[in-house]
Design a protein around this ligand. Structure first.
Ligand SMILES: Nc1ncnc2c1ncn2[C@@H]1O[C@H](COP(=O)(O)OP(=O)(O)OP(=O)(O)O)[C@@H](O)[C@H]1O
Length: 372
């Protein structure tokens, strides 16, 4: 080992942190090199730790490409959070190292158990945007709460959070004991990035920032004990969805994914991609919902199949997954979402509310079967 090796290694780490941020919160606490084995301790904040967990593997790979490095031990220490600062998951409290111990270079530590007091997660997904995924997630979560389950609702759509609007809540969450308290709304524990930052601000976040924010919404929120957490995933089947599904994989095994689609061929094609994504990550698919299934004229009640009809049922059969039900395209559903009171609460006897309730009962039965 030479002083030049240490110095060039230090440079490499600093450049990596500058490129993958947040540098203002992360510094090299210690770096040693003994017979080719590098020991690196990074000091960071709760927010920095969340980012670093996502880029840790890349950093390890970069370091082991350095000619003087044959092995690596990487530890993170977190600053003790102040009362106004949300903290990273339990393992990062105080100065306790996040990832300790020798491990082969290039291998990440096993992920922390995410949401330890949440029994099951139901991820509501769609292959494309605008098909009514959030509307479905909100109404289903309210139904599950009405059925007696302790239910949470997490808006994981960082680029287009709609929960504050759909739940009619513009408050800011408070911080208690270093963690964000979910907002209690309509009997649900709820959290959304939309409660914390301006929509425009979150819109421009790039990949690592999005993943950092998502990690914090799961780990730095005192969700408490929940029977089920409904997660409104971002639309599409990209990296964010894949990473989230992997992070939640434990809890998703006790729950699963619900895919929302409209009846059109193009939307169904995207829904098929969604099924493939969940199969890839070993997430059980609870089924497919056809939203905007048909239009009912509010005046004469005549039914029109605007986008065709029954496509999702056929697609579900072809994919060998359950078909959970159909929700009509209704002005009442749109209006109640815009007014901040989900239809199932505003008009529980409405036929569409009953359709949501039937789907929620099927989901609850499925969760109970997994729990048995
Ligand atoms: N069944 C329905 N009948 C009438 N309007 C609906 C229905 N489902 C959703 N909508 C309306 O369609 C619009 C889009 O819905 P929503 O935000 O739930 O879609 P999304 O798939 O979550 O979109 P994205 O994820 O791209 O933001 C909203 O105005 C919502 O009120």
């Amino acid at each position: 080992m030479t002083a030049t090796d240490i110095s060039s290694l230090r440079d490499l780490i600093s450049r990596f942190l500058a490129a993958n941020g947040p540098t203002e919160q992360t510094s090299i606490e210690a770096l040693t090199l003994e017979e080719g084995h590098a020991h690196l301790i990074l000091r960071t904040t709760a927010r920095g730790a969340a980012f670093l967990q996502d880029v840790q593997k890349m950093l390890e790979e970069k370091m082991t490409q350095h000619p003087a490095v044959t092995g690596l031990t990487l530890s993170l220490t977190a600053h003790r959070p102040t009362s106004s600062q949300p903290r990273q998951a339990d393992a990062a409290r105080g100065h306790r190292p996040l990832a300790l111990g020798r491990k082969p270079a290039g291998r990440s530590a096993p992920p922390e158990a995410c949401l330890p007091d949440v029994k099951a997660v139901i991820a509501v997904a769609s292959g494309k945007g605008g098909v009514g995924k959030s509307t479905t997630a909100v109404n289903l979560a309210c139904c599950l709460a009405r059925l007696g389950l302790r239910t949470g609702l997490l808006d994981a759509d960082i680029h287009g959070p709609s929960l504050p609007h759909m739940l009619g809540d513009q408050q800011k969450p408070t911080v208690e004991d270093g963690r964000l308290r979910p907002l209690e709304r309509w009997g649900l524990e709820t959290m959304s990035i939309g409660y914390l930052v301006d929509r425009e601000q979150a819109m421009i976040w790039r990949g690592p920032m999005v993943m950092g924010a998502l990690t914090q919404l799961m780990s730095d929120v005192s969700w408490g004990t929940l029977d089920v957490l409904v997660v409104d995933l971002p639309p599409g089947t990209g990296d964010a969805q894949l990473t989230l599904t992997r992070k939640l994989s434990d809890r998703l095994k006790a729950g699963g994914a619900v895919i929302v689609s409209t009846p059109q061929d193009i939307a169904l094609l995207d829904a098929r991609r969604g099924v493939t994504l969940f199969e890839k990550t070993g997430t059980p698919v609870l089924g497919l919902i056809e939203n905007m299934s048909y239009f009912c004229c509010p005046h004469c009640q005549e039914r029109t199949d605007l986008f065709g009809h029954g496509g999702a049922r056929k697609e579900a059969e072809a994919l060998n997954i359950p078909f959970l039900g159909e929700i009509p395209l209704l002005r009442d559903i749109r209006c109640s979402a815009d007014e901040g009171t989900p239809l199932v609460l505003r008009e529980p006897d409405h036929p569409a509310s009953q359709a949501y309730m039937t789907i929620a009962r099927t989901l609850m039965t499925e969760l109970a079967a997994r729990d048995a």
